[in-house]
Design a protein around this ligand. Structure first.
Ligand SMILES: [Fe+2]
Length: 364
């Protein structure tokens, strides 16, 4: 059973205990009553969470009437026969699922279309689909009314069709630039604000500079610059660390999301990442992303390389000195910085010329 339990999504806004409960629910449906669930310690180890998190998930399943804990023996899928007696509530009463379930399910699915962000739509949809799956399984096990089961089956089929339409609508929807930027900001905040507050201060300042410069750019360039500014250091987040090279760790995570591929590539190549990738042997991996060149990329580099680690404004020279001092002369970051210095200097010079040309120097 453990093999089928999946893993937690660190990028999800769903709390870990609810993710675990959802995984377990999907495995419980259809299991024979009396089936023993993995132990608390097995689940703790499998998901890499605290015991309290696993207990909260189990409590949710018990509240749903799906499992029962037996002192010293473990947690088991409930046996409906053990609770069936003439005084027991009818299925609709026991589960809360009534014959008009179809109407409720479809109205819920329709309501999802009013959720603006596609990510939000899909998250709510997953919750809804899990609820239907669980509801169907519970009713089947407690079934005494064939008509009720037929209603639930019909609801499931219709909900599946609604889900397909909803997913297509989400895929086709065009999200306003300001909402894309807000989503990028929220994603960066989610991964950095608590885990790395100093880095988060830097990112907020870089994004603020980018927002000033973006006013002189046409769309979609302005939105791309702002989104990349919010997301450029997301790869530093411990939750996303994969190979320890933050431009690639960040881009690798974003590539699997709905973030625009252009923004992902800007993140991958920001601030002369190519020279550092070569230094750490990751040039081939970085080559999977295209460095677009051009003014948007130069402005992103400028914003990053003229903002200090706490968000304070710095000249390019001060920033380079700060990095050298922070890492020391023998660190690979310092060596890579020297390798990539011509590219950095040229990008900053082009960006500064563009900033002056657009009368924005005094606004920074
Ligand atoms: Fe940065």
């Amino acid at each position: 059973m453990l093999d089928d339990l999946g893993s937690l999504d660190p990028g999800s806004t769903v709390p870990p205990y609810r993710q675990i409960a959802a995984h377990l629910r999907s495995q419980i449906v259809g299991r024979a009553p009396g089936t023993k669930l993995p132990s608390e310690s097995q689940l703790t180890s499998h998901y890499g969470v605290a015991r309290m998190t696993v207990r909260a998930a189990m409590r949710a399943l018990q509240d749903d009437g799906l499992v029962r804990s037996r002192q010293g023996a473990g947690v088991f899928v409930v046996d409906p026969a053990a609770t069936s007696d003439p005084a027991a509530p009818r299925p609709a009463e026991a589960t809360g699922i009534t014959p008009d379930f179809t109407v409720h399910a479809l109205s819920a699915a329709t309501a999802l279309l009013r959720v603006h962000s596609p990510e939000e739509q899909l998250r709510h949809l997953a919750d809804l689909a899990a609820a239907v799956e669980v509801g169907t399984g519970v009713v089947r096990r407690r079934l005494v009314d064939d008509r009720l089961e037929a209603d639930v089956r019909a609801a499931s089929r219709q909900l599946a069709a609604a889900s397909r339409r909803l997913r297509q609508a989400a895929a086709d929807s065009t999200v306003a630039p300001e909402d894309q930027i807000a989503a990028a900001r929220d994603l960066a905040r989610h991964h950095l604000a608590e885990a790395l507050p100093r880095r988060w201060a830097h990112v907020q300042a870089v994004a603020a500079r980018a927002a000033v410069l973006a006013m002189a750019l046409d769309e979609p360039d302005g939105a791309a610059l702002c989104m990349a500014a919010w997301l450029h250091d997301i790869g530093y987040a411990p939750s996303l660390a994969h190979n320890g090279f933050h431009p690639l760790d960040g881009a690798g995570h974003l590539r699997a999301s709905t973030v625009d591929a252009r923004v992902v590539a800007l993140v991958a190549h920001h601030s002369a990442a190519a020279s550092e990738a070569a230094e750490v042997g990751l040039a081939d991996e970085l080559a999977a992303f295209v460095d677009e060149g051009g003014i948007v990329r130069d402005l992103l580099w400028f914003c990053d390389m003229t903002t200090g680690p706490d968000g304070q404004p710095m000249t390019f020279g001060q920033r380079m000195d700060e990095v050298r001092a922070r890492y020391g002369p023998d660190h690979y970051v310092t060596r890579a910085m020297a390798q990539g210095m011509p590219a950095r200097e040229q990008a900053v010079a082009r960006a500064w010329a563009w900033i002056c040309e657009h009368g924005l120097a005094s606004s920074l």
